[in-house]
Write a protein that binds this ligand. Structure first.
Ligand SMILES: [Zn+2]
Length: 126
């Protein structure tokens, strides 16, 4: 199944929203990329498509609120932006499955919930 996505190249918008941290960002219904060539980066687009699905499941705005709150919750004990980012449940699901082209076709609704709980090695068994 093809999952349609609208890709926008805007390094300025990404810089405004994430500084120099992110190479791309899903802002429903768009995927914003820093470099034009990234529109051909399959794993990056798959990662962002997973976020688009998560956003729809949470009716868009609550996704961003949840994302921000979870980031703060993860950031406090680690004091590390990167570790906090990588620990966010939405990111853990997207990172884990970004290299699987058919993931969204077999993904169960609200699959990100399985990634909220930190396990000893931060992995979720399938
Ligand atoms: Zn992500």
């Amino acid at each position: 199944m093809f999952v349609f996505v609208i890709v926008v190249c805007s390094p300025r918008l990404l810089a405004l929203l994430t500084g120099k941290f992110a190479g791309a960002m899903a802002i429903w219904p768009f995927v914003v990329v820093r470099k034009l060539d990234d529109r051909f980066n399959a794993s990056l687009l798959n990662h962002e498509r997973i976020h688009l699905r998560q956003q729809v499941e949470l009716l868009i705005v609550p996704f961003y609120v949840w994302y921000g709150l979870e980031y703060l919750f993860r950031r406090l004990p680690t004091k590390s932006h990167l570790r906090a980012y990588q620990a966010i449940g939405f990111e853990r699901e997207a990172m884990r499955h970004e290299s699987e082209p058919g993931y969204l076709t077999r993904r169960k609704s609200y699959a990100f919930l399985r990634y909220l709980r930190r396990t000893r090695n931060s992995e979720v068994s399938e």
